[in-house]
Design a protein around this ligand. Sequence first.
Ligand SMILES: Cc1ncc(COP(=O)(O)O)c(C=O)c1O
Length: 397
Amino acid sequence: MTDFSATKAMFHLPEGMIYLDGNSLGALPKTALARLSETVNAEWGEMLITGWNKAGWMAQPTRVGDRIASLIGAEAGHVTVGDTLSIKVYQALASALDMRPDRKVILSDSGNFPSDLYMAEGLIAALDCDHELRVVDPEEIENQITEKVAVTLITEVDYRSGRMHDMARLTAKAHAKGALTLWDLAHSAGATQVNLAACGADFAVGCTYKYLNGGPGAPGFIYVAPRHAARARPALSGWLGHDAPFAFEPSYRPGGGIERMRVGTPPVLALAALEAALDVWDMTNMADIRARSVALTSQFIDEVEAQCPMLTLASPRDASQRGSQVSFQFDQGYAAMQALIARGVVGDFRAPDIMRFGFTPLYIDAGDVSAAVAIMAEVMDKRLWDRAEYKIRAQVT
Ligand SMILES: Cc1ncc(COP(=O)(O)O)c(C=O)c1O
């Protein structure tokens, strides 16, 4: 059994704050600062360029990738880390389309994160081969997987509502129709029990700054199923994805397996912070994480519905269809969220009217949930949100 008081003690949580936004940016692991300082001083400072070999910087993306693989049910050696999630979406999508040259449809749903859709639009324009991005309602996606679909581009857990797709079922349907699958795990990795290998997923991508606590701007990751690893053609053919980067050949030759999904120089400092953050996972397992996540989100829904009747649940009530976040609809949601943040309960807001609350089992407990709901009840009962300063929109909401 995971000792969640021990995992909570691993994080710096500001005094007086209940942090319900780990689905956007995870909290700071206490060991990250020491790890960064060691990388900066002992490695960058003392080793300079020799750090690439001596400190193992060049192997870092695959080393960290293996640790992430164990959290998402992927085979070791088939995940690499680097760039941003948006770039990893582009790479995986391009490889998938290349593997289905006779099909033109990329199938996604309206609950997908806009950046994924934008990247698909950009890729379609760059390829100029009559591809179509077909965006359907989330409930319709299964029916819409037909023999015309080259690849499904689906975010498992909806960033707005927390609604979770059935990865095994949709992957099986896609394969039955001859389509490939690309799963965005931004809101899944570290939050739900993902099992890429068991589902037979073809490609997956994700980020490390949410539930994996890698810090602001932490890099993205990409998974390519072993059966495709030697075939997937990287559209972004950077030198570190080359088979022999230091041969400096004039033309690109893809590297072996997942190495070909690397693009350029790895973000060594960001990866050092991420490596420290991943140590926490050695103290737990995803079954315990998921059980606690379900308990916390269910408790939150029950208590908010009992104490804040003016808020409308915008997440699935059935825990099996919900990720590790809960959203409530309220027409003054932005102002209400600012009033909560001013009182130490930090969630966020997604237009037009969604108040989002994320529950990171590693550092949120039942006491936090009850304390947060008590503050919410006061804000809602007394209309404490109804102040001009809470209605001024910041750049990041
Ligand atoms: C589901 C999903 N996909 C893609 C992205 C974009 O990620 P990035 O900004 O790292 O490219 C996000 C960002 O939050 C996201 O939530």
